[in-house]
Design a protein around this ligand. Structure first.
Ligand SMILES: Cc1ncc(COP(=O)(O)O)c(C=O)c1O
Length: 392
């Protein structure tokens, strides 16, 4: 008799990335047109030359082959704390920093520290699908908080959130800048959310994976300025996108003392430490790549401007309801059609690879996500023109 698979795993979504990769592998597209890949959010460029050279040196060094301390190389924790202190205008200490095997690992460990089977966490919908998949794996209840289309993007209503919190609620999660919508939440909005979480004794977990692509020098929020932030706030981060290191698996989380002690137990059990070579890469990036990072940020924001302008001038039947960082969120014009079919048709007829709204929640059939950051500047107009060729 064959063994059985944990039913929690059985009921988790199939990894969505496999679906669209399958369309490419099976060549389900219009071969006349070159593919514009706006599906998975991956930087469209390699790491900086200097970083690649540094990595080549790092693998030759004997210490790189060995474990680091559980919470990461001390210099890296220090350097990230300094960088956050500068960006957020607050004193973030290295003791509050844990280095992880990427942003997803940071998220999973944070949730493990906050909630167990039967507890609930509030997730705004649309959500980043791995966030929800982890709850199913862990028997943590997901409470979906609907987001509304507003002039400021796709935003969860705080009164609805207030009404959803119960004695089982352990945390509310927000991704800012958002995946999948691109919405950048204002410091005031984040402060209100924080105040609510604090009043109700739950954690506010902000996934700020895309923070380095925000235009302008304003701090994304002021939460680190509250001396008691560690009682309420957990910050998640990834080095994947900022240094184009998605394959190296390195990220971080920042929290208060009690929280970091809990994370150390989980991290030791799961991975012992993040990959040493990847930590060296992150440290090199923080110390040496500020100029390169700004250049990439400016390039992305120029591309965002091109995308918004293309939607205004070409005016396709698809509506850009929100955009920012790597993403545009589109309301499609095909009333009643499944978003998976819309995405599939876009690929089949126009060779444009998108992800359907259904990847991001059960009530997202009206939408598709565009990871426009993957496309080159020259492709943006072409991308929107191809969208405009699709009419109901
Ligand atoms: C919001 C968000 N968090 C985390 C991640 C994963 O980051 P990492 O590659 O560091 O695990 C992604 C990747 O797309 C993301 O969009």
């Amino acid at each position: 008799m064959a063994f059985s698979i944990n039913p929690n795993v059985d009921r988790v979504l199939e990894p969505p990335t496999n679906e669209t990769r399958g369309w490419v592998a099976r060549r389900e597209y219009n071969c006349e047109l070159p593919i514009i890949d706006a599906a998975q959010a991956v930087p469209s460029y390699p790491p900086a030359d200097a970083l690649q050279a540094h990595l080549a040196e790092a693998v030759q060094m004997a210490d790189t082959a060995f474990y680091t301390p559980i919470l990461g190389i001390a210099d890296l924790r220090e350097e990230l704390a300094e960088s956050l202190s500068a960006q957020y205008g607050a004193a973030v200490s290295a003791e509050g920093v844990a280095i992880t095997c990427g942003g997803n690992h940071a998220y999973c460990m944070a949730m493990m520290a906050l909630a167990g089977p039967g507890d609930e966490i509030i997730l705004p919908e649309p959500f980043y699908f791995n966030h929800q998949m982890w709850f199913d794996l862990q028997s943590i209840g997901t409470r979906l908080l609907p987001c509304r289309e507003t002039a400021d993007g796709v935003v969860p209503d705080l009164d609805e959130l207030r009404a959803m919190i119960t004695e089982r609620t352990r945390a509310v999660v927000l991704v800012t800048p958002n995946n999948p919508t691109g919405t950048v939440y204002t410091p005031d909005y984040i402060c209100e959310l924080y105040t609510l979480a604090r009043e109700r004794g739950i954690a506010l977990v902000l996934d700020e994976t895309y923070k380095d692509f925000l235009p302008g020098g304003e701090p994304p929020h002021g939460l680190f300025l509250d001396p008691d932030w560690g009682d309420t706030f957990v910050f998640l981060y990834s080095f994947s996108k900022v240094y184009s290191l998605t394959g190296y698996r390195v990220g971080a989380l920042v929290g208060g003392g009690r929280f970091i002690d809990a994370i150390a137990k989980i991290a030791d059990t799961l991975t012992i430490c993040a990959p040493h070579v990847s930590q060296k890469a992150a440290l090199f990036g923080l110390r040496n790549l500020a100029g390169w990072t700004e250049e990439k940020r400016d390039q992305l924001n120029r591309r965002l401007g091109l995308l918004r302008r293309a939607f205004e001038t070409i005016d396709p039947a698809f509506k850009l309801v929100s955009s920012g960082a790597f993403f545009g969120y589109l309301r499609h014009p095909f009333e009643g059609m499944k978003s998976l079919d819309v995405s599939r048709n876009l690929f089949r007829d126009q060779s444009v690879l998108t992800w359907p709204g259904s990847f991001f929640g059960p009530n997202q059939e009206q939408y598709v996500r565009l990871a426009f950051a993957n496309a080159g500047d020259a492709e943006i107009d072409e991308l929107v023109r191809r969208l405009s060729a699709m009419t109901p």
